[in-house]
Design a protein around this ligand. Structure first.
Ligand SMILES: Nc1ncnc2c1ncn2[C@@H]1O[C@H](COP(=O)(O)OP(=O)(O)OP(=O)(O)O)[C@@H](O)[C@H]1O
Length: 269
């Protein structure tokens, strides 16, 4: 279901075949009235890389993620995706991009699922949005993806409200990944789940990310989650990035006093 200009731009190519950054962010900022949401954020994200954004509550993580996803409109800076200026992009093209190349995993699965339709339809709908039409093939792929996220494929006709919180989150992940996106944005994907459920979900996410070569930006206040999933970290405070680097480097040898405090208060629990 491609149309002219959109289909021309978003050609599928293996991530490893591209050498340049997938996403380039420069001077990104958003105010909420007089208050800073995020300011002067710069980073590049390369194909296959997982970037963690960490910081305490109110540090600007969600505002930044919202600006990247296009859910919020930034008031300063540039975002380039595969060389295309996202802030200058028209709404239809942006929506097409969100359907075909990007995915967004919400903290609350209810925000990312359609609770009134079956698990199979939740997954199948995304396939149909990118042009799949063969009912049997869509259903087979939905069953396959339920299995991949450790949901019994026999539950394909159940509605998500009959699932536990962990299952709902895994279903949201299946719905997002079934179309093979290049870039996945995740907002606290393990927040609100029991510790044991979290651990299993994290393992699953790590496997899928590696297996599919996904580029990921994950917002979390949980440094243990960041340690497990992220290759690189950005630490935010008061809307600004105060430290960035390889995950082990930032967590094992934090330079900023704030990061030192964050690491000592969280990791030693
Ligand atoms: N809708 C909004 N209206 C007004 N101010 C907002 C709004 N959303 C966020 N802010 C402000 O922007 C700043 C950054 O908040 P943000 O939600 O991005 O932080 P966060 O790091 O994601 O926090 P949390 O982990 O609690 O979600 C805070 O000062 C917050 O009060």
């Amino acid at each position: 279901m491609r149309n002219g200009a959109q289909g021309r731009i978003w050609t599928k190519k293996k991530p490893e075949a591209e050498a340049g950054p997938l996403l380039q962010v420069e001077g990104l900022g958003k105010h909420w009235g007089a208050r800073i949401g995020c300011a002067e954020v710069d980073f590049d994200l390369y194909p296959g890389e997982v970037l963690g954004i960490v910081g305490e509550s109110g540090s600007g993580k969600s505002t930044l993620l919202g600006c990247l996803a296009g859910h919020l409109s930034a008031d300063a800076g540039r975002i380039h995706y595969r060389g295309h200026d996202l802030r200058a992009m028209g709404e239809p093209e942006r929506r097409h991009l969100a359907r075909t190349e990007w995915a967004f995993v919400h903290q609350n699965p209810r925000d990312g699922l359609r609770m009134g339709v079956t698990a199979g339809a939740n997954v199948g709908e995304r396939l149909m949005a990118v042009g799949a039409r063969h009912y049997g093939a869509i259903r087979a792929q939905a069953r396959d993806w339920l299995g991949r996220v450790e949901i019994d494929p026999g539950r394909i006709d159940d509605r998500p409200r009959a699932f536990s919180g962990g299952m709902q989150q895994r279903l949201q992940i299946a719905r997002n990944l079934v179309t093979g996106p290049r870039l996945v944005l995740m907002d606290e994907p393990t927040g609100g789940l029991d510790v044991s459920v979290q651990a299993r979900l994290l393992d699953l996410l790590r496997e899928l990310v590696r297996e599919m070569g996904l580029s990921v930006i994950i917002v979390t206040h949980d440094l243990a989650v960041a340690r497990l999933l992220a290759d690189r970290l950005m630490v935010m405070k008061d809307g600004r990035v105060i430290e960035a680097g390889l995950t082990d480097q930032v967590l094992d040898d934090p330079q900023a006093a704030y990061t030192q405090l964050l690491v000592s208060s969280v990791l030693q629990v």
